[in-house]
Design a protein around this ligand. Sequence first.
Ligand code: GDP
Ligand code: IMO
Ligand code: MG
Length: 423
Amino acid sequence: MSAHLVVGTQWGDEGKAKVIDYLCENIDIIVRYQGGANAGHTVKVGNEEYIFHLIPSGILYQNTICVIGNGVVLDPVSFMEEMDSLKERGIDAFERTILSDSLHLVLPLHRVIDGHREGLAGSKKIGTTGRGIGICYADKMLRVGLRMGDLLDETVLKNRLEHILEFKNAELTRLYNLKEVELAPLYDDLLKFRDRVQGLIRNTSFYLNEELKNGKKVLLEGAQGTALDIDCGTYPFVTSSNTTTGGAITGSGMSFQHLKRVTGICKAYVTRVGEGPFPTELFGEEGERLRGYGREYGATTGRPRRTGWFDTELVKHSARINGLTDLALTKLDILSEYDEIPICTGYEIDGKKIDAFPAQNLEKIKPIYETLPGWKTDISKARSLDELPKNCRSYIDRLTELTGVPISLLSVGPGRDETIFLS
Ligand code: GDP
Ligand code: IMO
Ligand code: MG
């Protein structure tokens, strides 16, 4: 009777899916609890690479049940595309997926408004993934959202859509000068979707709590990262959900009492896609060099990721908010190219040292660095701590000391087996 949560500690793309896939071998149920198809979660097994957007990354194990919880915003088109493309690759995800009756649906109009607002914002844009995520969550909060369970009764669906379109069409035409959405084709598309998924729709909160009581092992898969959390991240340059531990509880409907472990996924350096402050960012050739070594291009949009050095303050912020029990350190192999590796150990603003990751003035931060010697050896074949060069072990020890969180796993390559399990 225990649940294990995996969250991103930085700005997303930390390698969560690689670690989740590794951890899922003995897991019965894996749960996505927030975000939507803005996520791009890469799993590599042998020569096969999979990028998941909505389907939990544990799906590759034959017996794992995948739950998409109430806190997720699900785009029916993306979901069906993902299901169908997995089927083409021989994985029947339908048989093992359960969808919350309370999750909100991303409608085509949400994508349209997302793209349009980003265009209007010009230099003040957020750099969203364009998947309609923020607009769908805003409608959820305004209580004009459409939930999965609304599809189950045709009269309810029609009435609900009429109400929603009254608001959204006024917004589309009067605020944005865009075309109205017609009810009939939207209704028909949603019914077609309903016909394909209705057998999967359930009260997932009840299901999860019951299965946990029955002794099942549950893993919760965070999307995005702590610095993209709507409350605790670098607002307004964040996503529109709670990516952190609190979001895992509300977004799954699971009692907090089941949660026994929270693993923070942490790249051995830092990346960010989209706009917003990034204290340890590298620019020009230096940034390009790290991007090249790490192949840092977005798994969802293909955009180049911004790159920078490991940031202790950010990970400490993440450890506090999430109650991290342990860290998994990924992409350690990428640093093998460097003679020296800087680590940001703290921040200064206007010449004064500050003691926590701030909510304001992030662009004024001057990182304080210490530099460790590199190891200049290929570590991708190492499978135990003893096989790592001394300087690499010193780098790991220093990160443990600085963050105050024990490291339970090291990732030295994208493949499932390119992993060093520590505890
Ligand atoms: P996620 O969103 O946190 O699941 O991460 P992404 O899938 O967006 O990005 C991580 C990228 O790094 C993917 O291409 C992974 O295959 C790759 N990756 C993960 N761990 C490692 C690692 O330890 N070393 C290397 N070289 N690549 C890794
Ligand atoms: P995974 O789960 C990295 C970023 C976008 C943008 C901001 C808001 O793969 O780690 P949104 O479309 O959510 O409204 O965009 O959040 N973003 C991510 N960055 N990894 C992700 O997911 C992200 N999902 C959203 O780039 O800056
Ligand atoms: Mg990603």
